[in-house]
Design a protein around this ligand. Structure first.
Ligand code: FAD
Length: 649
C-alpha cells in the first residue's frame, strides 16, 4: 500500500470512447475533463454510480491550463483534503512533481502550504490513467430538462445531455457541469478577440449558456483571467536570477505515499527575478493596444496580470518566478507575468528584465473571459436549487485554481452519485474542512471576483491542518459518504489507532518538573520544581522533539516514532483545538438562545464585519440558531454574538 501506483497504459482510457459507448443511459454524466470534472467523475464512480465523462478532447483531460503547479498556502490544504476523500490530485501531484516545498514554514504547521512544481505531461497522463471509466470525446450542446412541475413553477429536473454534432442524446439521473473557462469563452490577445475556452480549444457552445440562462433562468455573471507567455529556456540567462532550491526531502501530498516519484536529487530548481522600470514603461505605452485590460470584467485579484500590478502599484519592483514546465520541457513559465498585449510588445516587455534580455517567446500570453453561474443558486451539495439532478463545480462557480476546482468536483460528484442512487445529500461543515469553508462561502455569499482559498478564510484553521486531513475526512468519507476505498480506510484506521496509543503513552508519562530537568538539562521550563507534567505537556515546548522523548523513554515511546512529526504538531495545537472544540459544542447547544429584538447590530461593540452587521440588522433573527443558518453569517460571528448576549443578558 505504500508504493505509487504504476502508470497504466493510456490506451486503456481511450478504448471505450465515441461510438463505442456501451449505453445511452447513465446514473451520472460529468461534462468537462478538467480538474473539477475528473474528480467529479472519479468520485461518482467510487460512490457506485455508472458514470460517463464527456469532454471536448480526450488528450486535454487533466490539462493544467495555466501554471504547472499544485498546492500552496490554503490550496495545499484543499489538496490534502481531496486526497483524504480518495480524490486524484494529491496522488497525481506526487507522481508529476519535480520541485516540492512547504510554503509558510516560518509560521505554525496549521498554515503550512504543501506545494509542488509539476511536469505538465506527467500530471495529465496520471489523471487520464486514473479515470478508468467511460469517456466520450464530444462537446455538450444542451442540457435536457423536464418541463417545470406546475406545482413548483420554475423547478426542473435534469434528464440528460445533447451533443453538439446533431441529435446524439444521452440520458442520466444527474449531470455535473464543469466547463471551466469555456462557457461562452472569449480569448484576448492585443486588440483581437476570438471565441475560445483556452488557447487551441473552442468555447462551450452557446446552446449550453442559453439553457442555463433562458431555460433554467439562472443568474450568470462574467469573469476574466489570463496566462503568461511561455519562454524558451535556453534563451534565458539564469545566472542573472536567484536560484530557489526545492526542499531537500520532498513531502508527498497523498496520505497513501511515503515518497514521491521524483527522487530528492532529481528535483529541478525555480528561479526568482524582478521587474524593472522598463517593464512598467512598456505596459503604460501599450495600454491602447490591450483590449483585455480595458474591459470592466473582474479579474483574479490574487493572481493579477502584470498590467494590473503595474497600474495598481506604480514604481514598484514585482517578483517574477521562472519555473520549469517539466523534466524534458524546453520551456519556462514566468509566474507573475500574465499579460495580454500584442505578441511583439510581450517580447519587448520580457526583454526589459535582465535575465530575459535575449529571451524568446514560445507561446504568447493571452486573456480569457467566460460566463459563470452565481453560486448562491446552489445548495451545499452543489446542486442547482431550482433544477433537480443538476450539479455545478469548478471555475463555472466563479472560483479560480485547480485545487478549488478539484475540491468542488469531488463533492459535486459524490452528491450527483448519491442523488442518482436515491441516497440523501451529504454536506461538509466549515468546522471540519476547508472544502466546507469553500462551499459555504460560495453558496452563502457568492462571488464578486474569482474566488481563491486562503487559510484566513477558515475560522477553525488550527484544527483544519494539512497533517490531520485523513483523520478529519477519510473515516467520514468511508462510513458516511461512500467515496473512500477500503484500502485507504484501513490505513486511516491504523493511523488513528496508532496515534491514540501514542497520545495515551505520552499522557501516561508523568514526571515532576525537577525530574524532567534532570533528563533534559537544556530544556527551558518556567514551572515550579514539583509541578507534574506529562509527556504531552513537555512536547509542547519549542526545544523538545518527539525523538528526544523517545530516546529518553524508549520502551513506551520508540514504537511510535513513525508519527513523530504528527505527534509534535498535535501536542502544540491540542490546547487551542480543545478550546475551539468546546466553543463549537457550546454553539451547537445554544441554538435556542433568544436574541433580544431591540439589539443594535450596526453599532454592537464586538468584532463583526460590516456585511454581517447588515445581514443581522436586516433579518433580525429571533434565536441564535436562526442567526447561524443565515446566508453570510460565519461561525466566528456567531461566537462573538453568543458571548455578547451572554454577558449583557
Ligand atoms: P478546466 O480545467 O478549464 O476544464 C474544463 C473542461 O471542460 C475542459 O476539459 C473542456 O474541454 C471541457 N468542456 C468545456 N465545455 C464543454 C462542453 N460543452 N462539452 C464537453 N466538454 C466541455 N487559475 C489560477 O488559479 N490562476 C491563474 O492565473 C489562472 N489563469 C488562467 C488563465 C487561462 C488562460 C486559463 C484558461 C485558465 C486559468 N486559470 C488560472 C484557471 C485554471 O485553469 C482553472 O481554475 C482550472 O483549470 C479550473 O478547473 P475546471 O475543472 O473548472 O475547468
Amino acid at each position: 500500500t505504500k508504493k505509487l501506483p504504476p502508470l497504466q497504459s493510456f490506451l486503456s482510457l481511450v478504448s471505450r470512447r465515441g461510438s463505442h459507448l456501451a449505453r445511452q443511459q447513465y446514473d451520472v454524466i460529468v461534462v468537462g475533463g478538467g480538474h473539477a470534472g475528473t474528480e467529479a467523475a472519479a468520485a461518482a464512480a467510487r460512490v457506485g454510480a455508472e458514470t460517463l465523462l464527456v469532454s471536448q478532447k480526450i488528450q486535454t483531460i487533466g490539462a493544467l491550463s495555466c501554471n504547472p503547479s499544485l498546492g500552496g498556502v490554503g490550496k495545499g490544504q484543499l489538496v490534502k483534503e481531496v486526497d483524504a476523500l480518495d480524490g486524484l490530485c494529491g496522488r497525481a501531484g506526487d507522481w508529476a512533481g519535480i520541485h516540492f516545498s512547504i510554503l509558510n514554514r516560518r509560521k505554525g504547521p496549521a498554515v503550512w502550504g504543501p506545494r509542488a512544481q509539476l511536469d505538465r505531461q506527467r500530471y495529465r497522463e496520471f489523471i487520464q490513467n486514473c479515470c478508468l471509466l467511460t469517456v466520450l470525446e464530444g462537446s455538450v450542446e444542451e442540457l435536457l430538462v423536464s418541463e417545470p412541475n406546475p406545482e413548483e413553477p420554475g423547478h426542473h429536473i435534469v434528464t440528460g445531455i445533447r451533443l453538439a454534432n446533431g441529435s446524439h442524446l444521452i440520458s442520466a439521473s444527474s449531470v455535473v457541469l464543469t466547463t471551466g473557462t469555456f462557457l461562452s469563452g472569449s480569448l484576448f490577445l492585443g486588440q483581437s478577440m476570438s471565441p475560445g475556452g483556452r488557447i487551441g480549444d473552442a468555447p462551450s457552445s452557446a446552446g449550453l449558456s442559453q439553457t442555463l440562462r433562458e431555460r433554467l433562468g439562472l443568474r450568470i455573471g462574467r469573469l476574466r483571467t489570463g496566462t503568461p507567455p511561455r519562454i524558451v529556456k535556453d534563451s534565458v540567462d539564469l545566472s542573472l536570477a536567484h536560484v530557489h532550491p526545492p526542499d531537500s526531502h520532498p513531502t508527498p501530498f497523498s496520505f497513501l505515499n511515503t515518497h514521491t516519484r521524483c527522487k530528492p536529487e532529481e528535483q529541478l530548481p525555480c528561479y526568482l527575478t524582478y521587474t524593472t522600470p522598463g517593464v512598467e514603461r512598456v505596459v503604460r505605452e501599450s495600454l491602447h493596444l490591450n483590449c483585455h485590460i480595458q474591459q470592466e470584467t473582474k479579474g483574479p485579484r490574487y493572481c493579477p496580470s502584470i498590467e494590473s500590478r503595474v497600474l495598481r502599484f506604480p514604481g514598484r519592483q514585482h517578483q517574477v518566478w521562472l519555473e520549469p514546465e517539466g523534466v524534458t520541457s524546453d520551456l519556462l513559465y514566468p509566474q507573475g507575468l500574465s499579460m495580454t498585449m500584442p505578441p511583439d510588445v510581450q517580447l519587448r516587455l520580457i526583454r526589459e528584465i535582465p535575465a530575459m534580455h535575449r529571451a524568446e517567446i514560445h507561446t504568447p500570453g493571452y486573456g480569457v473571459q467566460y460566463d459563470f453561474v452565481c453560486p448562491t443558486q446552489l445548495s451545499p451539495a452543489l446542486q442547482v436549487k431550482s433544477t433537480q439532478g443538476l450539479f455545478l463545480a469548478g471555475q463555472i462557480n466563479g472560483t479560480t485554481g485547480y485545487e478549488e476546482a478539484a475540491a468542488q468536483g469531488l463533492w459535486a460528484g459524490v452528491n450527483a452519485a448519491r442523488w442518482a442512487l436515491s441516497m440523501p445529500p451529504v454536506a461538509l461543515s466549515r468546522t471540519e474542512s476547508y472544502i466546507g469553508v469553500l462551499i459555504d462561502d460560495l453558496v452563502s455569499r457568492g462571488v464578486t471576483e474569482p474566488y481563491r482559498m486562503f487559510t484566513s478564510r477558515a475560522e477553525f484553521r488550527t484544527s483544519l491542518r494539512p497533517d490531520n486531513a485523513d483523520l478529519r475526512l477519510t473515516l467520514k468519507g468511508f462510513e458516511e459518504v461512500g467515496c473512500v476505498s477500503t484500502l485507504r480506510y484501513q490505513e486511516a484506521v491504523r493511523v488513528r489507532d496508532s496515534l491514540q496509543d501514542a497520545l495515551a503513552a505520552l499522557q501516561a508519562l508523568s514526571l515532576s518538573t525537577h525530574n524532567w530537568r534532570k533528563k533534559f538539562p537544556d530544556m527551558r521550563m518556567s514551572e515550579a520544581k514539583s509541578t507534574l507534567l506529562t509527556g504531552m505537556d513537555v512536547l509542547q515546548y519549542n526545544d523538545v522533539s518527539f525523538e528526544m522523548l523517545a530516546s529518553a523513554f524508549p520502551e513506551c515511546l520508540l514504537p511510535h516514532v513513525e508519527f513523530s512529526q504528527r505527534l509534535k504538531i498535535e501536542a502544540v495545537y491540542r490546547p487551542h483545538c480543545n478550546l475551539q472544540k468546546k466553543e463549537i459544542e457550546r454553539i451547537q447547544k445554544e441554538e435556542n438562545m433568544s436574541l433580544p429584538q431591540d439589539i443594535d447590530y450596526l453599532s454592537l461593540p464586538v468584532s463583526l464585519s460590516q456585511e454581517v452587521r447588515e445581514i443581522l440588522d436586516r433579518v433580525r433573527p429571533s434565536t441564535l440558531g436562526a442567526a447561524t443558518r443565515l446566508q453570510g453569517i460565519t461561525p466566528a460571528a456567531i461566537v462573538h454574538l453568543l458571548n455578547y448576549v451572554r454577558h449583557t443578558g
